[in-house]
Design a protein around this ligand. Structure first.
Ligand code: NAP
Ligand code: F7E
Length: 336
């Protein structure tokens, strides 16, 4: 039985990856921060909480990381732990660099010195492309990050490549484009939209306040993407791969599809920060914009080319944009 250690087990991807690895017959260890409690809500929702062995873990603590790697002695480490919210990284740039950047190095150093045969997956991000140098973006596209988060991920990406080239560590970077699900954190825009629109539909909330509606993202389903993470560590040689859907849609389109699925009759009015969506039945402004949710520097357009992952790993996205939005709003509508 193979042993996997997942950092960030309590996050969206940690939960889906753990479920996938359990299905593949793995012994799964979850590395999690303990505040007063472990936050195992997503593992509970997927019904796998009891199948995961939790290890107390903090990406800022070198000794703790070493102890966890030594005690688990994993065949594979998936480093998903990070301060992953781009917006917050502008307010906490040093903390983000420590966790999302140097945290990766701490894990790699533990592997290099304690268990160099352990395979390592790094959660790289399309945010590294930032102000994109070409479209679509692939593994050869130069990076131009636009946030402290993106910069920290570029560091983690290159340090993983460097440990592969310097010490022969089996390290792979998955350059994953945005991926969403009903388990997405509440602050990310797709979850914020689906949650608020379901509440508006049920009469529990009046308005949804957003930032830049024109930003475009290549949005896929997290459940599909964790399969690519696993496949990367099963390949003969370590390498880096883009994981994406090959479609791009704006935040505005996500709002539109979600309102349509919720059965809300609406029309847009105004431009830029003055844009509003009006409920045609009630005449109320149900979506408005505010500068509060704009970022100091924006990533305007992301569109991935995952042909290398398809060709070399046999991976393909299964869930399209509309089905993803439908899955998310349906989940929210069924909640109380
Ligand atoms: P997420 O839901 O925000 O989960 C992040 C995880 O990291 C949580 O389990 C969190 O634990 C943990 N964590 C945060 N700070 C930590 C620290 N100091 N020490 C140990 N653990 C810490 O993120 P996700 O969407 O699942 O994404 C997984 C990874 O992929 C992240 O590295 C993210 O940056 C990257 N990524 C995500 C996407 C995407 O679209 N989802 C795309 C590309 C790359 P708590 O529960 O204790 O906060
Ligand atoms: O924003 C715009 C915002 O926060 C998407 C992380 O998983 O994917 C994620 O980063 C877009 C941006 O995701 C609001 O300005 C408008 O253009 O959902 P998001 P993100 O920044 O793309 C990458 C690949 C990661 O690696 C990250 O970890 O939506 N937007 N209005 C808004 N965004 C938010 N959050 N809230 C708004 O009100």
């Amino acid at each position: 039985m193979k042993r996997a250690l997942i950092t960030g087990i309590t996050g969206q991807d940690g939960a889906y990856l753990a479920k996938h690895l359990l299905n593949e017959g793995y012994d799964v260890y979850g590395a999690a921060r303990r505040n007063s409690n472990y936050n195992t809500e997503r593992l509970q929702i997927l019904g796998i909480e009891k199948d995961i062995k939790i290890k107390e873990f903090e990406l800022l603590e070198e000794t703790n990381i070493r102890n966890v790697v030594e005690s688990v002695n994993p065949d594979e480490v998936y480093n998903l732990g990070a301060q992953s919210f781009v917006g917050a990284s502008f307010d906490t740039p040093l903390y983000t660099a420590e966790v999302t950047g140097l945290g990766t190095l701490r894990v790699l150093e533990a592997i290099r010195t304690i268990s160099p045969k352990t395979k390592f997956y790094q959660a790289s991000s399309s945010e590294m492309f930032g102000k994109v140098m070409e479209t679509p973006q692939n593994e050869e596209t130069p990076f131009y990050p636009r946030s402290p988060y993106g910069v920290a991920k570029v560091y983690s990406h290159f340090i993983t490549m460097n440990y592969r080239e310097s010490y022969d560590i089996f390290g792979c970077c998955g350059i994953l484009f945005n991926h969403e699900s009903p388990l997405r954190g509440n602050e990310f825009v797709t979850k914020k939209i689906s949650k608020a629109i379901a509440r508006i539909k049920k009469g529990k909330q009046d308005q949804l306040v957003l930032g830049n509606l024109e930003a475009k993202r290549d949005w896929g389903f997290a459940g599909d993407y964790v399969e690519a993470m696993h496949l990367m560590l099963q390949a003969k040689n370590p390498d880096d791969y883009v994981v994406s859907t090959g479609e791009t849609h704006s935040v505005r389109e996500f709002v539109e599809v979600t309102l349509n699925h919720a059965g809300i009759n609406f029309e847009w009015s105004g431009e830029g920060v003055d844009t509003v969506a009006i409920d045609k039945d009630s005449g109320k402004e149900i979506v408005v914009c505010s500068k509060e949710f704009y970022r100091p520097a924006e990533v305007d357009l992301l569109l991935g080319d995952c042909s290398k992952a398809t060709e070399k790993l046999g991976w393909k996205p299964k869930t399209k944009f509309e089905s993803l939005a439908e899955m998310m709003i349906n989940y929210e509508l069924t909640l109380n």
